[in-house]
Write a protein that binds this ligand. Structure first.
Ligand code: PGA
Length: 252
């Protein structure tokens, strides 16, 4: 048995105004009561002050969906790690495929963001995953190993206990097309093997690896039962407290 943390993290993406966020988070707090796993909700930036206030003293952690890697300066429209940390944010999603695809994030900027998050004491949730084309071309493994190696190039073994990795096949995100538990397990194991290569086996065994991509109340239990899947990063189903609660309940 590993002593890895099981983490159920919601990614609200660009949904919920501050008022709506307050209501949804209130419901999430109810369904998360007594959870056997770590629960995280990653909200839009403007919802964070309210979310941190509502979640204070509860077992629900608040996360952001991005940050800028610079500490401060002339970067119009950006948010620094220190700004998030001061609010009481504990987690931050880094390198989500939507950010890589629509906002030109690269493996290099992802690496800088991981460093900024760790320096500020935030837990980065590093997202990696292949497109359908890459899977069909047989370069999935290579692609994911490259993403991991570049993102973690400057992270010391001692800091890996504070890093969470999420495997999110792009073809499964928001499509209702979930990876089978075998497919998800195969890649989560590949990620763990890559971590063992980069660091050592004990370090690799200590890292929580999540699966994301159309995880829902129905398929969560089977995915979470896989030996190398330590939780989920949940988009659509995290916007309905009842469904999110069922996923939390499936995480033992
Ligand atoms: P989904 O999104 O659960 O809606 O597929 C997952 C994610 O993008 O993190």
């Amino acid at each position: 048995m590993s002593n890895r943390k099981t983490i159920i993290a919601g990614n609200w993406k660009m949904n919920k105004t501050p008022k709506e966020a307050e209501a949804l988070l209130g419901d999430v707090l109810n369904v998360a009561k007594g959870a056997a796993c770590e629960v995280v909700v990653c909200t839009p930036y403007v919802d964070l002050p309210c979310a941190c206030a509502v979640a204070k003293g509860s077992n629900v952690n608040v996360g952001a969906q991005n940050l800028h890697f610079k500490a401060s300066g002339a970067y119009t429209g950006e948010i620094s790690a220190a700004m998030l940390q001061e609010l009481g944010v504990g987690y931050v999603i880094i390198g989500h495929s939507e950010r890589r695809e629509y906002f030109a994030e690269t493996d290099a900027t992802v690496a800088l963001k991981i460093g900024a998050a760790l320096a500020a004491g935030l837990t980065p949730i590093l997202c990696v995953g292949e497109s359908l084309e890459q899977r069909e071309q047989g370069i999935m493994g290579e692609h994911i190993r490259t993403q991991i190696k570049i993102a973690l190039a400057d992270v010391a073994a001692a800091d890996m206990g504070k890093v969470v990795v999420a495997y999110e096949p792009i073809w499964a995100i928001g499509t209702g097309k979930t990876a089978t538990s075998e497919q998800a397990q195969e890649v989560c194991k590949l990620i763990r093997d890559t971590l063992a290569e980069l660091y050592d086996d004990a370090t690799a065994q200590s890292v929580s690896i999540l699966y994301g991509g159309s995880m829902n109340a129905k398929n969560a239990a089977e995915l979470l039962a896989q030996p190398d899947i330590d939780g989920g990063l949940i988009g659509g189903a995290s916007l309905k407290a009842e469904d999110f609660g069922k996923i939390i309940a499936a995480a033992k």
